[in-house]
Design a protein around this ligand. Structure first.
Ligand SMILES: [Fe+2]
Length: 301
């Protein structure tokens, strides 16, 4: 049986991809960002997942404003790298897992959660930057990847709760797949940032750190946060954080925080990253209360 073993959340900043591609990772500005992912690379190299499911948003690369699917699952065998204006990034094409992707689509849709099936799609920095951050730059990505594109570009994006519930439905789907696969789910985007307007450059460290705390300890309460709160506290583009709830919903209620990293700035955003593993240990049961010893009763004389 397949199972989801861990979740990874990370920003997917395009400038991080550009720093990577132009060999600037050791420059003083970028070094703190890339050093923050060294432990993550070691962690995933040991874990060796069989498949990754990556919730990200397409930045008008595969789709356009003509068609904006809310949730689109890539079921192809391969996803070419999109040209985002400077030519496609020189990273390996992403190999899919059509069998598991189709199984997820069937299970989730029959579970009354409608998805868009995509059999041909290019993928952009929203997906490739997180892969670089945790896998480095191998000649081939070490495992197949199922892209899950979430609309956070045109209003209205899905709510955090809807994303969380989708994660739950994906978890159920993976658990009913017959092959023995260990799956890691990614939520990408965020953290606080605003690209344009009077509040461009907004960073809210307090909000970001609270979001990271609650992702582990209060995931359902966090997923109930309305869009306006993201806009107010994390900036217009901070709403990308709803995609992190797909990852969290796919995990158990109880998780172990393996690693966390946060740094500012990178481009004009806060970089946030967290790794969570399902905590398989059963909850500790309260020890049974000892029966009070009965006081010996004095026999009536
Ligand atoms: Fe983005």
């Amino acid at each position: 049986m397949a199972r989801i073993v861990a979740g990874v959340a990370t920003s997917h900043i395009p400038a991080v991809g550009a720093a990577w591609d132009n060999r600037k990772t050791a420059e003083p500005y970028w070094r703190p960002v890339f050093e923050g992912f060294e432990r993550s690379k070691e962690w995933i190299a040991k874990l060796k997942p069989d498949v990754c499911i990556v919730a990200y948003n397409d930045h008008m690369s595969a789709f356009s404003l003509e068609i904006v699917p809310t949730f689109a699952v890539g079921c192809a065998a391969e996803f070419p790298i999109a040209d985002e204006g400077w030519g496609p990034r020189k990273v390996p094409p992403v190999k899919g897992h059509p069998e598991l992707a189709s199984h997820i689509v069937q299970s989730v849709i029959l579970d009354e959660f409608d998805l868009t099936i995509v059999n041909k799609m290019e993928v952009d920095h929203g997906l490739t930057v997180p892969l670089n951050l945790v896998f480095g730059s191998p000649k081939q990505w070490p495992c197949p990847v199922i892209p899950l594109a979430v609309n956070v570009v045109q209003y209205p994006p899905p709510t955090g709760k809807r994303c969380f519930d989708l994660g739950r439905a994906i978890r159920k789907a993976v658990a009913s797949y017959p092959d023995d696969l260990r799956v890691v789910v990614f939520g990408t985007g965020g953290m606080s940032h605003q690209i344009s307007g009077p509040r461009a450059g907004l960073i809210n460290e307090k909000f970001d750190k609270s979001f990271l705390d609650r992702l582990t300890k209060d995931p359902k309460g966090l997923a109930a946060m309305p869009h306006i709160e993201y806009m107010r506290e994390a900036g217009a583009e901070g709403v990308e954080l709803v995609m992190w709830h797909v990852m969290r919903g796919a995990l158990d209620d109880r998780v172990k925080e393996v690693y966390r990293f946060y740094t500012v700035p990178a481009s004009n955003t806060a970089v946030g990253h967290i790794i969570l593993e399902n905590d398989a240990k059963p909850a500790r049961k309260a020890a049974p209360k000892k029966a009070k010893a009965k006081k010996p009763t004095r026999k009536a004389a």
